[in-house]
Ligand binder design. Sequence first.
Ligand code: ADP
Ligand code: MG
Length: 234
Amino acid sequence: MDIKVNHLSHTYEVEVLHDVSLSLGSYSAIALIGQSGSGKSTLIRLMSGLEMPTSGTILMDGLETTNPEYKKQIGFVFQSHSLFPHLTLRNNITLVLEKTRGFSQEKAIEAADYYLDLLHLEDQKHKLPKHVSGGQAQRASIARALSVNPNIIFLDEPTSALDPILTHEVLHAIEELKSLGKQFVFVTHEMAFVKAFADYVVFMHDGMVLEQGPPSILDHPKTSELQNFMDKVK
Ligand code: ADP
Ligand code: MG
């Protein structure tokens, strides 16, 4: 989708995003980076239509994020998995497909199994979330986000609740999804992953976008803020 963010500001108690403008074209993997509190989650929530901006606009292929047509085209993966605890991994997906997309039970199972296989969860699908590892649960969340066949998927620190090995497992699974031809907007502190996967990087600091461009901007920071950030995450 052609993503255009125009003069976006957002206020909770105080203004946390200040006049953010971005023209992201149709990059397939857009990384939002920056230190904690810099406004990444706020921006990703606004881009996904989960919240309305205080001022400014976001157009996705010309659609406002409030447009019901747009809402049908997105998937979202949060920091910790948001699976329903009382349902198996498979039923977490079939429920969504049956309730929100009108799938028959048979079609829903077919689709759920397809995406669970894609995330290498074929052996886990009959288990409850509490009986699988955090990495497997997070991969099931990704499978669920994909199952509605969105054009764009937002991932907000999908691995921050995981240890390094599970982090690697989840990031590897995401990398494998590149061939699906979906668009990804993601927040992460895993710079090796950003360099390997992202084709566009947006660096935020104090609610502003200070640098943006291809991942090579990380090797040659123009601002002291990005330099400091890179020194910290290394
Ligand atoms: P990041 O994801 O980069 O850590 P956030 O977008 O979560 O940053 O937060 C940006 C700023 O907005 C922070 O100062 C945070 O405390 C504040 N903030 C975020 N969400 C809320 C909220 N729901 N209510 C009040 N303040 C919030
Ligand atoms: Mg955040």
